[in-house]
Design a protein around this ligand. Structure first.
Ligand code: DGL
Length: 272
């Protein structure tokens, strides 16, 4: 059986790759970060679709048995197109639906004024996919979960530059959150691959009652359940993880280590 293909606009999706490796230690990963074209968060839906489908095809042609769209901007703008190009036999796991579904699984008394906050890139927020996924589940479950969302575009670049665990992301976050827009939410979605690195800072800037969700762990669990359901979990001990990027620079090498949490070798692969 082939590896699990995981892709992102860059190296932020390594937070999801890390969670997948931790949860599924006998699976091999083929990661692709489109560093030549990031940030997707500022691109048009058309361009995000063009890049995402090209990468998805590359992963399928490389023998991947499942695809994880480990980028909120790509999940929000190109999921349908990615599913179309990979075909019905390869499962595609995105960042949006597992997170939204987990909100309904974890809250017992949904329906009585529950609300959830969302921060992410412009492309993610303006796509409206989180909203439509929530509206759909509200209808199915006959509840009224409300979504409050706001783009926080400066945050990903600050984190990518290595500013986390310090005052800079807190100052950036404060600028976006200080008006109390999210103070009444019950939970908060970190709708960008980079934000798990500043989860602590988000927690400290919101009221204590707000549950700040950790998306990589939830998406990794959704991946595991999907592989189990399809009977395509690997039982081999020997794994081979590969990490590809479309543009390899020293800065990306450093960043990759930060996002994945340990040293990895990146190889440059240019897709045509
Ligand atoms: N990976 C992107 C996301 O999760 C953030 C970086 C970008 O804008 O490309 O939305």
């Amino acid at each position: 059986m082939g590896p699990i293909g995981i892709f992102d606009s860059g190296i932020g999706g390594l937070t999801v790759a890390r969670a997948a490796c931790d949860l599924l230690p006998t699976e091999s990963i083929l990661y692709f970060g489109d560093t030549a074209h990031l940030p997707y968060g500022e691109k048009s839906p058309e361009l995000i679709r063009k890049y995402s489908t090209r990468i998805a095809l590359h992963l399928v042609n490389s023998g991947c048995k499942a695809i994880v769209v480990a980028c909120n901007s790509a999940s929000s703008n190109s999921l349908e197109q990615v599913r179309d190009v990979v075909g019905p036999n390869i499962p595609v796991i995105d960042m949006v639906h597992p997170i939204v579904e987990s909100l309904y699984n974890s809250t017992d008394d949904l329906g009585s004024n529950k609300s959830v906050g969302l921060i992410g890139t412009r492309a993610t927020i303006s796509s409206g996919l989180y909203k439509s996924a929530i509206d759909r589940l509200n209808d199915i479950k006959d509840v009224k979960l409300e979504l409050l969302s706001r783009p926080t575009p400066l945050l990903a670049s600050a984190i990518e530059e290595g500013f986390y665990n310090d005052t800079i992301p807190s100052a950036v976050l404060d600028a976006y959150l200080e008006d109390g827009f999210f103070d009444k939410v019950d939970s908060m979605i970190l709708g960008c691959t980079h934000y798990p690195l500043v989860r602590k800072e988000v927690i400290s800037l919101l009221p204590k009652s707000v549950d700040v969700i950790d998306p990589p762990a939830i998406v990794a669990e959704a991946l595991k359940q999907k592989l189990e359901a399809l009977g395509i979990l690997s039982d081999k001990e020997k794994i081979q993880n590969r990490f590809q990027v479309s543009d390899l620079t020293e800065n990306f090498k450093l960043g990759a280590q930060r996002f994945f949490g340990s040293d990895i070798d990146l190889e440059e692969v240019v897709l045509s």
